[in-house]
Design a protein around this ligand. Structure first.
Ligand code: FAD
Length: 420
């Protein structure tokens, strides 16, 4: 192989990157490429992406290479560059969403060798199949058992040198347009992971549901953009089974999405339920103005940070679908727009799980937001942090529903059910 293009997408790192490592091993010259698609909406996640790309470019330059940046349709721009340079091979990390799969199918029809590599998940999506038949695992626990037994591919060091063709126009990278608390990129990801594994991993199981304590890793945006290898993280975190289990949940939703790529549109488990249409209630939920403090705290954390604690995601999602009776797709769309870690497989998979249309084996388990609030935010500090107008309330009143100036129709919903 003379020259190979490595097409980056959401694998924005140099450590443990099978497509990049293979291209550097086999080809004399390598063209690391990222195509910015103007059809992808701007927003917090876009700014994070630009930071990831700047960091990747710096890492590749430090190895003698560069990141070539083009704008436009990914397949067209890749093929244009391949023709210009006379390249016959494109290496890329395989992905699961319908968008990514369509792109891979388009490459397969082009007159080029398109090679797919693992790296987006710990275990590749179709590597594990249930013994009883079927093209994917529908239930988590048997998947988790098989996942733990599965032998893993070796981790790969970053390439020592990346040799790119001389005189290649590398293209301008737009400057980052955000000032976020979490800077994008592999360097920031590795620093955060090292610190968190050293300081917080051992307490993870006991503290992962403590809303105010905020002791989860917050590595999700980095995993979303592939700034960290999920395989490397799973190996480094081995001493906490509970943490590794969360990475397995991520793989689980990816293998479901691989088999059911319409997961962001269609119910995974057909459902006859009629969702209510209520724009006012939806908007109040989106704005963090439902009048239920724990829900409003979660929704405002999302607006302010582009991230929300997992326990709060469960509470606000269950509130939307069960108490307000609104379609999970409306909630998933709002999350997807705002979350830095917004990702089709994890977002839709979790929303469907909460809505009872997904992979939960007990889809109607009881869920009471007030009891959740009392259990996971017993001091009320999570609410105080994110809903400043309630900051002076004493703990015994902090979680009480407050009255809205104009309650949305159907408000207040019934909150007196049991909880689990
Ligand atoms: P940690 O607790 O430190 O976990 C480590 C990693 O494990 C996470 O970074 C994440 O990659 C993975 N993980 C943890 N929990 C889950 C889970 N339930 N499903 C899949 N992976 C998990 N996660 C996303 O990455 N993107 C999303 O778009 C997304 N949408 C969600 C929507 C809803 C309604 C719910 C209930 C959960 C959603 N999650 C999503 C899962 C989870 O809430 C986040 O991954 C987690 O809160 C990220 O914080 P952390 O990195 O501190 O997690």
């Amino acid at each position: 192989m003379d020259t190979a293009i490595v097409l980056f997408n959401r694998d924005l790192r140099v450590h443990d990157h099978p497509a990049l490592a293979a291209a550097c091993d086999r080809a004399e010259q390598v063209v690391p490429l990222f195509v910015l698609d103007p059809a992808v909406p701007q927003g917090q996640r876009h700014g994070f992406l630009l930071e990831c790309l700047a960091d990747l470019r710096a890492s590749l330059r430090a190895r003698g290479g560069d990141l070539v940046v083009r704008q436009g349709d990914v397949v067209r721009e890749t093929m244009r560059l391949a023709t210009e340079l006379g390249v016959a091979t494109v290496c890329a990390s395989a992905d699961v969403s319908s968008l990514a799969r369509r792109r891979e199918e388009r490459f397969a029809r082009e007159p080029i060798e398109f090679l797919r590599f693992p790296g987006v998940t710990v275990v590749p999506p179709a590597a594990l199949l249930p013994s009883g038949g079927g093209d994917h695992y529908r239930v988590f626990t048997p998947y988790w058992r098989a996942w733990k037994r599965h032998s893993r591919r070796p981790q790969l060091p970053p390439p020592r040198r990346v040799r790119i063709p001389a005189g290649l126009a590398v293209g301008r990278l737009p400057g980052p347009d955000r000032r976020g608390a979490m800077p994008g990129g592999e360097s920031a990801a590795r620093e955060r992971a090292a610190r968190w594994l050293r300081q917080d991993l051992d307490d993870y199981a006991g503290r992962r549901d403590d809303l105010a304590g905020d002791r989860t890793s917050r590595l999700s945006p980095y995993l979303r953009f592939g700034c960290l290898s999920p395989l490397e993280l799973a190996c480094r975190a081995e001493r906490s089974e509970e943490f590794v289990r969360q990475l397995c949940w991520r793989d689980f939703h990816h293998q479901v999405t691989y088999a059911f790529p319409q997961i962001n549109r269609d119910d995974y488990r057909p459902d006859a339920r009629r969702w209510r249409r209520d724009q006012d209630a939806l908007q109040a939920w989106q704005a963090g103005l439902t009048g239920l403090p724990i829900v409003d705290a979660g929704m405002r954390q999302l607006l302010a940070e582009g991230w929300m604690h997992n326990r709060a995601r469960l509470i606000v999602a269950a509130y939307l679908v069960r108490h307000l009776g609104l379609d999970w797709r409306a909630g998933a769309r709002h999350f997807f727009q705002l979350l830095l870690d917004g990702d089709v497989a994890d977002n839709s998979g979790n929303w469907q799980w909460v809505a009872g249309t997904g992979n939960d084996t007990r889809p109607n388990r009881p869920f009471n937001p007030l009891r959740q609030a009392a259990r996971y935010d017993p001091t009320g500090d999570y609410v105080r942090r994110h809903v400043p107008e309630l900051a002076d309330l004493p703990t015994e009143h902090i979680h009480e529903p407050w009255r809205l100036p104009t309650p949305p129709p159907g408000y207040p919903p019934r909150l007196d059910g049991p909880d689990e």
